[in-house]
Every structure is written in structure tokens, then in C-alpha cells.
Design a protein around this ligand. Sequence first.
Ligand SMILES: Nc1nc(=O)c2c([nH]1)NC[C@@H]1CN(c3ccc(C(=O)N[C@@H](CCC(=O)O)C(=O)O)cc3)C=[N+]21
Length: 289
Amino acid sequence: MPATILDGKATAATIRQELTARVEALTAAGRRPGLGTLLVGDDPGSRWYVNAKHSDCAQVGIASIQRELPATATLTDVLGVVEELNADPACTGYIVQLPLPRQVDEYAVLEAMDPAKDADGLHPTNLGRLVLGVDGPLPCTPVGIVELLRRYDVPVAGAEVVVVGRGITVGRPLGLLLTRRTENATVTLCHTGTRDLAAHLRSADVVVAAAGVPGLVTADVVKPGAAVLDVGVSRVDGKIAGDVAADVAGVAGHVAPNPGGVGPMTRAMLLQNVVLAAERAVAAEVLTA
Ligand SMILES: Nc1nc(=O)c2c([nH]1)NC[C@@H]1CN(c3ccc(C(=O)N[C@@H](CCC(=O)O)C(=O)O)cc3)C=[N+]21
């Protein structure tokens, strides 16, 4: 039986549809959500992502605030825009597109963001909340993965999940998310120091490949019927190359393709974070009124 496709593109469209009503309610209450983006430099890939995020916003009624700086921008320049977005009431959530140019300290920028406006869920306070299990914005790719599995009824509770990659945007926070009591997965986080990756992969019910190594996961290391999600974004000859080899679809029970899988879900979860932040702000005001 061929693998079921975890169609992230279609699922993201459904989620945008669902968010539209919530944006309408906020807008009617005079609290229209607004997503800010800061793009530093002119990498065409990064520009594509940022533009895609704004067209998603337009579709659901979220306002767009676009800021750009040249590739030569200093940390001070970037922090200037961060302060401006922190202070702008029209901006209810924002992201600083990563990676930043070498001369700009990424962690200093993340720290300077207002955690309440952190649409990526990457502020240290919000990553700390994730560790503690306290409500707050969550990293978009990990929640997108959990949401995609949930909507296709792929069992996660009790499952053996192998995550390949320990990066701050995907692997590390995904491990934290999946081990919450509500998800209840058993997670093995593999990385470049893992001695026998194949052995771990062979016992996995769910594989999330987020290493950025093209073709890393091949059919011979996938357990028949496993769910395999490809999060890799390498570029080979200008085309997106994932971490999962094409032949995996012949063995797996579910596959999230790349493109068309986790990428669109990441963008849908960004919109959800912006809506949630606006809803939290309204709720906080009701409490203090
Ligand atoms: N502050 C920050 N937040 C991010 O969330 C962030 C970032 N920086 N830097 C770069 C990575 C990468 N990322 C993707 C988002 C959407 C797709 C996506 O929608 N891809 C489509 C199309 C891909 C294509 O065809 O080019 C797909 O998978 O179907 C991919 C990758 C977000 N990132």
C-alpha cells in the first residue's frame, strides 16, 4: 500500500480558513492583529519566505508591517527596528527572519524582542516557558509538525519518535513539545554525535528529519508503516532538497513531502501565533480592567 501523504499545503489552507473567523472577531473588537517582519539583507530564499508570510496574512485579514535593512546592517541597526516593532501598537506579533548576517548576534536580537510579540516562539523566555510547560508562543515548525500528525490521526502518545537534528528552530524544541504529557511520545533526539543513526531510525514509529543533509533518511532504515516527515531545506542546484530519499515513500505508512509538507504548516502556525498573541493581549486587558 502506498504511503498516505501528510498534505501540509492543504492542511495549512484549512487552518488559514479557521483563523479567518478569529481575525474577524479581533478586528471587529478594534484589535486587528498585525504581523511585522524584519528582513536583513537580500537573500532570495529569505525574501521568498517573508513575502509568502505576508501573502498568508492578507488571506486571513492580518495586517502586514514590513521592515528591511541592508546586508551591511549592524547589531545597533537591527535593535533599532526591534525597539520600533516592540513599541508599535499595530504590530501584535513579529519575526526577525533568520539567518542574520555574520556581524549581527542572533541571540542578542532574540533577547531584545518583546516576548509577548514573539511570533516565532524563539525568545529565551518563551523557550523557557516551553520547558516549564507554561502557556506562551511556541516555535512554529515543531507545532506545525504536531498539528499535522494530529490532523491525520497519526498516533504520537506512546510512540517512539526519532528526531534527527538539534537546531533551535526545529529539533530541540520539537523534543520538548512531544514529551509534554499532552503528546506523551518517547523521543530520541539524534544529531551529528549519534553513533548508530540507522539503528535508532529502524525502531522509530515516527521520524522527523531536520538535519539539513540531503538524502539522509533512506528506505532501508525506515520501519515499514512508519510516519516520515521531511523538514530539510538544503539547496541542490537551486532546488530545495529534503533530508528524506524518494524511495522512503515505498516503505513508510505516512510521508510529509518536501515541499508541500511541513513548510506550509510552519507558516500556518506563525499566523496562529499572531492570532493567539492578539487574543492573549485582549484577555490580559480584561483581567486588569
Ligand atoms: N525567524 C525565522 N522564522 C522562521 O520560521 C524561519 C526563518 N526565520 N528562517 C528560515 C526558516 C525556513 N522556514 C520555512 C518556512 C516556510 C517554508 C515553506 O512554506 N516552504 C514551501 C515552499 C518551498 C519552496 O518551494 O521553495 C513548502 O515546503 O511547500 C519553508 C521554510 C522558516 N524559517
